[in-house]
Design a protein around this ligand. Structure first.
Ligand code: PMV
Length: 403
């Protein structure tokens, strides 16, 4: 190599959160993060929730220190994170192949990486950030290395960071195909439809708890996989049928089917958690109040206008269509405490309240007592390359640079 290259190479990206409507739960291979079943999610708008990551590398960074990662201003012990190491190692291999094929390229694969990441989630939102975080990390390093791989090909790498991260490399409606090969080469994400196909999809997130989950997802899903008697049926027949039905619903803008499959799949996933031995509880009484109220709102409205889903925690994500915004948001605005944060200009709507008062005062009280914040968002686009870097031209880490 000709002399010392002191250039600071940088690339930055933002990446979205996704919330599954058919849940991933269970690994057939823990090291490669291969799932027992396929899953499908909606990518949420980065205007509301996103990770912002700068990947930089330079021959002038201390080689002895190796790669570094700073997350929300705190240096991380990258060597302790097998998942991060797996992603970086795969990305380096791809870069090295480019360099070997074209010796005029700078040998970036030999330089230490300095990666800085921040997310814009409201503090205390209690939302899982790993999907957006790993998707942003993989996308930023892939851009830094000028890799030609498609988002689907990169999803194979991001999957090793966090399973659900593979779905955050694309916008809109995204399936993660479980695949069947032992090496995981066919376990990748694919876009079912872009955000623009069904842009009216909105999400209301009821933040029930900001606490860290009691049982981390990897531990929880392994325990379900090995002990739940319901789980094999879920993985073998329930999910495959639902994947097909959900894709049809999305293709046909069929919210009624989308809503029913979404709610049934969330319930089925949480049933396998309850059936785990010893049982795991992710949803709580406040979550159950949200479930009751969504069913009651739909019953009183005379059709499905909203659908709940819960990940490995008690926060409710309620999908609805733009045209029903006033009724869905207005009703939950009316039910929750007036001081609940995050409503913006949403006004309470009383249309459905008489019906709800007749059947659901207990659920309404429980929900009001348990929710202090909401997040209003909707379907959105995949990762975006940005010029706002979190590492300066001279290699310094820039914290809180406006995200
Ligand atoms: O990607 P992980 O390991 O954090 O697991 C995510 C699991 C669920 O959020 C419960 C379901 C899903 O498909 O996102």
């Amino acid at each position: 190599m000709a002399g010392h290259d002191s250039t600071i190479y940088r690339s930055s990206t933002t990446a979205p959160v996704n919330i599954a409507v058919i849940k991933y739960w269970g690994k057939r291979d823990e090291t490669l993060n291969l799932p027992t079943n396929s899953s499908l999610s909606v990518t949420l708008s980065q205007a509301d929730l996103r990770a912002h990551t700068t990947a930089s590398c330079s021959d002038s960074y201390p080689h002895a220190q190796g790669d570094t990662l700073t997350l929300n201003g705190t240096p991380q012990d990258i060597r302790a994170s097998k998942r991060t190491l797996a992603c970086l190692s795969d990305l380096r291999i791809l870069r090295r192949a480019l360099e070997d094929a074209n010796p005029s390229l700078p040998r970036l694969s030999a330089f230490p990486l300095r990666i800085v990441s921040e997310n814009n989630f409201p503090t205390a939102a209690g939302l899982a950030s790993s999907a957006a975080g790993f998707a942003a990390l993989v996308r930023a390093v892939a851009d830094l290395y000028e890799l030609p791989q498609s988002p689907s090909e990169l999803s194979r790498i991001a999957r090793q960071g966090s399973g659900s991260a593979c779905r955050s490399l694309m916008g809109g409606y995204v399936a993660w195909r479980a695949g069947s090969k032992g090496d995981g080469s066919d376990s990748i994400a694919e876009q079912v439809a872009p955000a623009g196909h069904w842009p009216e999809m909105r999400a209301l997130i009821l933040v029930v708890s900001a606490a860290k989950k009691d049982v981390p997802s990897t531990k929880g899903m392994q325990s379900t996989f090995t002990t739940s008697t319901l789980f094999p049926t879920r993985a073998k027949s329930i999910v495959p049928e639902r994947m097909a039905a959900m894709e049809t619903a999305i293709r046909n803008w069929d919210f009624k089917s989308f809503a029913e499959i979404t709610m049934r799949d969330s319930n089925n996933f949480h049933a396998t958690c309850l059936d785990t031995w010893p049982p795991i509880f992710y949803i709580n009484d406040v979550s159950r109040a949200a479930i009751n109220l969504v069913h009651e709102v739909n019953r009183i409205a005379g059709k499905a206008i909203c659908a709940y889903t819960f990940d490995a925690g008690p926060n409710a994500v309620i999908y609805y269509l733009e045209k029903d915004s006033m009724q869905v948001l207005g009703t939950f605005r009316q039910i929750l405490k007036p001081e609940t944060e995050g409503w913006g200009g949403v006004e309470p709507v009383r249309d459905l309240m008489d019906g709800l008062m007749a059947t659901s005062t207990g659920s309404m009280e429980k929900l009001a007592a348990g929710v202090n914040r909401v997040i209003l968002t909707g379907v959105g686009e995949g990762p975006e390359k940005v010029k706002n870097h979190l590492v300066s031209e001279t290699g310094e880490i820039l914290i809180g640079s406006g995200n």
